[in-house]
Design a protein around this ligand. Structure first.
Ligand code: PHE
Length: 341
């Protein structure tokens, strides 16, 4: 094929293609034109490239230049027609972008299992009329011990069993003035009764601290759910009913619960609360009828009111419900563990 013939063929094709792109009325027409002229399988460009093989070698360079110009023209015309119809790059929309593919989710995290447990416990107790109360984690000995009928020489106040804050001398730790990280949420019982008159129906969910060596069931920081109910004629039967209703709601209707006689300075009588877990009775906390000495400490008349209190371990409840076997997993920060909840 002569160079002249080749060039005139391209001139004609180019004119046809440009006319077709320019007159295309919609995206389908543009696409049809693109396939007809630029299509990889049967497009006119394909035929033209074949024709190159029949060009005299001395004319190849000139033919190649014309071919490149042809390709550029058609490509430009194609893009111009696309943007004229509102598609393509000129509109800022990448034609290869598929808006129906799933997006990339931002990493928002989720609520820690202990916080989930706290919310769940508040919800169950709330349905029984218990309101949430709070107290500070740094406490004074009055609220952590004295008002709870735990005298100065009581072993529970031993500096080795508590996190006292820095004091002037070691002998001072455990005495009246030294502050500590609360060892129990029973402190909130005192704070609520100091502020309010009966009837009282509160729970308090928060952290407590004890210098225990961490193992599968102990951790130096853990959470308790404290309950306090004070009114006229409150009895041990009310306490047992509330704990039983709570346990069946949180752990299921088939939960087995046991009250074991025990001792706490601030309740009389006192019980330990056990739930059956894998055929073993496990202690979940303590409870009892509020000791008259506690009512006196907050200015209530023990002859006129009675009440019950309980304190349950939140981690143990969470572990029992979810089948977690090591408390340390909750605080290791291992996301592979936490993501399961
Ligand atoms: N404060 C007790 C503890 O931490 C539990 C308890 C709370 C016992 C209320 C009786 C009444 O072990």
């Amino acid at each position: 094929m002569s160079l002249d013939k080749f060039i005139s063929t391209l001139d004609q094709l180019e004119k046809d293609a440009l006319d077709s792109f320019e007159s295309a009325a919609d995206a389908d027409a543009v696409e049809e034109t693109r396939v007809r002229f630029l299509g990889a399988k049967k497009g006119a460009l394909k035929d033209v490239q074949k024709m190159m093989g029949g060009i005299d070698p001395s004319d190849r360079k000139a033919a190649g230049m014309r071919l490149n110009a042809f390709k550029t023209k058609l490509q430009e015309s194609f893009e111009a027609s696309q943007s004229r119809l509102g598609g393509g790059e000129a509109s800022g929309i990448d034609p290869t972008f598929d808006a129906t593919l799933p997006g990339i989710r931002p990493n928002v995290g989720h609520i820690h299992p202990i916080t989930q447990t706290i919310n769940h416990l508040m919800e169950i107790m709330g349905r029984m009329g218990f309101e949430a109360a709070e107290g500070p984690e740094v406490e004074d000995p009055w609220h952590n011990f004295v008002a709870l009928n735990i005298p100065e020489d009581h072993p529970a106040r031993d500096p080795l069993d508590n996190f006292y804050l820095a004091t002037a001398s070691a002998t001072q730790a455990g005495s009246e003035g030294s502050q500590l990280l609360r060892s129990q949420t029973s402190t909130v019982q005192i704070r609520v009764m100091e502020q309010h008159q009966p009837p009282i129906r509160v729970i308090s969910l928060g952290r407590v601290y004890r210098p225990d060596a961490p193992d599968a069931t102990h951790y130096p920081m853990f959470h308790q759910m404290e309950g306090l109910y004070v009114d006229k004629h409150v009895t041990m039967a009310n306490l047992k009913t509330v704990l039983r209703v709570f346990a069946t709601n949180y752990l299921g209707g088939d939960v087995q619960i046991r009250f074991r006689p025990s001792f706490f300075p601030f309740t009389e009588p006192s019980v330990e609360v056990d739930f059956l877990w894998n055929d073993t009775w496990i202690e979940f906390g303590g409870a009892g009828m509020v000791d008259p000495a506690v009512f006196e400490a907050v200015g209530y008349d023990p002859e006129k009111v009675s009440g019950f209190a309980f304190g349950l371990g939140v981690e143990r409840l969470c572990m029992r419900r979810h089948g977690i076997t090591d408390i340390r997993d909750l605080y290791s920060g291992d996301l592979r563990f936490l993501r399961q909840f």
